[in-house]
Each structure stands twice: as C-alpha cells, then as structure tokens.
Design a protein around this ligand. Structure first.
Ligand SMILES: NC(=O)c1ccc[n+]([C@@H]2O[C@H](COP(=O)([O-])OP(=O)(O)OC[C@H]3O[C@@H](n4cnc5c(N)ncnc54)[C@H](OP(=O)(O)O)[C@@H]3O)[C@@H](O)[C@H]2O)c1
Length: 311
C-alpha cells in the first residue's frame, strides 16, 4: 500500500461524543480521563457506526465453569461496555467461550449496545443451522448482528443459509474469516465474487501481508474489516519488552505499547474494528483507551513501521 496516498476515508469519522459519554459511562474501569473523543468507523454497506475497539474471546473466555475466573471476567466485560465497547466476537470453536459470554452478558450489561458476532464452524447445511441456533442459546440473545463463516469452512453451503437468514432478519450482516495468512488467495477470489458485508483477518504492525491485496480489495468492494490477532496473539509485547515508548506516541494519545499497536491497526483506512482478547481488567482498560483520541495519519503510520523495524 502506498502510504503517501493515505487519507482518512469518508467512511471514517471520529465522533465527538466525549462530553455525552462522560455523563453516561461512569462505571469502574472507565477510561475517559482526558475526555478524548470515542473513535468510530462506519460499516460500508449500511453506514452504521462501530467503535474501533471490539473484543475477542478465543482462549481468554474458554474458562469452563471456573467461578473465580468468571467473576474476574465480569469486571473485564463491564470495563468493555463502560468504555463504549460494542462488538464481541466468538466462535463454536472456542470451547466454552460462547456460554461464558452468555453468562457475562447477563451479569455485565448494558447489553443495549452489544454488537454480537459469532461464526459457523462445521460441515453441512443442517449442522450449520443447528450450530448457529445453539450459539444463540449460549449467548442468550435473539439474534446475531454478524454471522461469519469460520476459516472458509464449507463456505458455499453456509453462505446460502446466511443469505436466507439475512433475508428473514435472523442476522444483519454476513462475514467470512481467516487468520495469520491462511487461505489468502482463496479468500481474495471469494470476496471478488460474493457479496460479503464483513471480512475478518489478521493485521498488525508485524504481520502486514493483507496490506498488499486483501485490505485494498475490501475497501474497493465496500466490505467492513474486523482484525483478529491485533497483538499477534500477544507476541508483539515480547518484541518491545524493556523498550521505552517513543516520545511521539503522545502525539497520537498513546501511553502504552498496547495502545500504539491497536492504533496502528485501526488507523488503516480499510479497517473497521480490531478485536483484541484479554483476561485482565487493566489490559481491557488499556485496550479500550486505544479507542479514544487521535489516530495516526499516513506520516505517523510510516514512522511507526520504521520504528518497529528497528526493534
Ligand atoms: N480465524 C479466525 O476467525 C480467528 C483467528 C484468530 C483469532 N480470532 C479472533 O480474534 C481475537 C483476537 O485474537 P487473539 O486472541 O488470537 O490474539 P490477540 O488479541 O492478538 O492477543 C491476545 C493476547 O494478548 C494479551 N493482551 C491483550 N491485551 C493486552 C495488553 N493491553 N497488554 C499486554 N497484553 C495484552 C492477552 O493476554 P492477557 O489475557 O494476559 O491480557 C492475550 O494473551 C480472538 O480472541 C478471536 O475472537 C479469530
């Protein structure tokens, strides 16, 4: 991608809601200290706005029935909503995560702002339908906002079902996912030929392969982009261990490596929302802080890449 031609997309806007938010979100774990504006981007197909920081659930929410861990996650989830979070991503692949999300939603609220995203991850039409209905029960909700085909699995079969579900308002958006560079060629062909609302893929300051083709294609086709593995599954923190945050991080309202990594990812013009996963309240607060204030422009993004290359 030519960073010189970067411009904030017309699909992108920074909503100046800080004053209103400060009056509403007073729960523990709220970031708002500096009264910065919540950053939202719009879903191309509808113009619906979403906060740029969402929440993943792979491994972190697969906790079985451990009540002590669950109690801790209630606080984590409360901090997510308290800081404007809306989009939660899961999958039947993630063990007990969907059931745990259902419990957390009951105990955390406010769910009126929830944007529920899960996946279908099985073979065959009937098994796909059964799995999606099972996910609804686990989340304890009436409808998913976004249903994604996980890792392209049996995608032709599920896509037909998802079109039917969308036509009858059982879901609002259709998506497809991959991660860490798998199936990029096949995904590109699918996105060129099928009308998806969302694509989910891996993108971070270390793994930038999707900048070449998939992100430009998503922008061209008007497909919203969810980013998984924004921390390269946590590996990015190992790279900066012991390193001082550069002074210029303050120019983009970052006071941690986590915020810097997330702001790099969500400032790509084609990206709609990143879905970092965490089990820790202070990490959740850190991640949500990346959803406020200034985003890097093209010059700053290049500076970030150049800096990261020196580590
Ligand atoms: N094919 C697919 O569809 C696919 C594939 C992969 C992932 N996903 C989705 O994307 C989500 C995110 O990806 P991921 O979970 O693999 O990786 P990730 O979000 O890049 O990294 C998660 C790791 O980062 C740590 N972390 C989070 N916030 C931190 C912070 N502020 N400071 C320091 N460490 C922090 C977490 O540990 P702590 O618990 O200690 O905070 C966790 O170990 C998944 O949960 C899942 O929902 C989808």
């Amino acid at each position: 991608m030519n960073l010189n031609h970067y411009s904030m997309s017309r699909r992108t806007f920074v909503a100046t809601l800080a004053a209103a938010l400060s009056a509403v979100w007073l729960a523990p774990g709220t970031v708002r200290a500096a009264q910065k504006a919540l950053i939202r981007k719009t879903i191309p197909g509808t113009g619906e706005a979403l906060p740029v920081i969402g929440l993943g659930s792979s491994r972190t929410f697969d906790i079985g029935r451990d009540q002590a861990v669950l109690n801790n996650l209630v606080e984590v989830m409360q901090a997510f909503f308290a800081n404007g979070g809306q989009l939660i991503d899961s999958s039947p692949m993630y063990g007990s995560a969907e059931q745990v999300i259902g419990e957390l939603l009951q105990r955390s609220g406010p769910q009126n702002k929830l944007f529920a995203a899960t996946k279908v991850w099985t073979d065959g039409e009937q098994d796909g339908i059964r799995q999606m209905e099972d996910s609804l029960k686990k989340w304890r909700i009436d409808r998913f906002d976004l249903m994604q085909i996980h890792n392209l699995r049996d995608w032709q079969v599920h896509l037909k079902t998802l079109h039917d579900w969308k036509a009858t308002s059982k879901i609002r958006y259709i998506g497809i996912t991959t991660s860490h560079g798998r199936y990029h060629d096949e995904l590109e062909t699918i996105l060129r030929n099928e009308p998806f609302d969302f694509v989910q893929l891996s993108y971070n300051i270390e793994d930038r392969s999707v900048e070449q083709r998939l992100l430009p294609l998503a922008a061209e086709r008007g497909i919203a982009v969810l980013v998984n593995r924004p921390f390269q599954r946590g590996a990015l923190f190992g790279k900066v261990k012991g390193q001082t945050l550069p002074d210029w991080a303050a120019e983009i309202d970052c006071n941690s490596w986590g915020q810097l990594f997330l702001k790099f990812t969500v400032s790509h013009p084609a990206v709609t929302c990143a879905i970092p996963a965490t089990t820790k309240l202070h990490h959740m607060q850190d991640n949500m802080a990346a959803g406020f204030g200034q985003l890097p422009d093209a010059t700053m993004r290049k500076r970030m890449v150049d800096f990261y290359a020196t580590l």
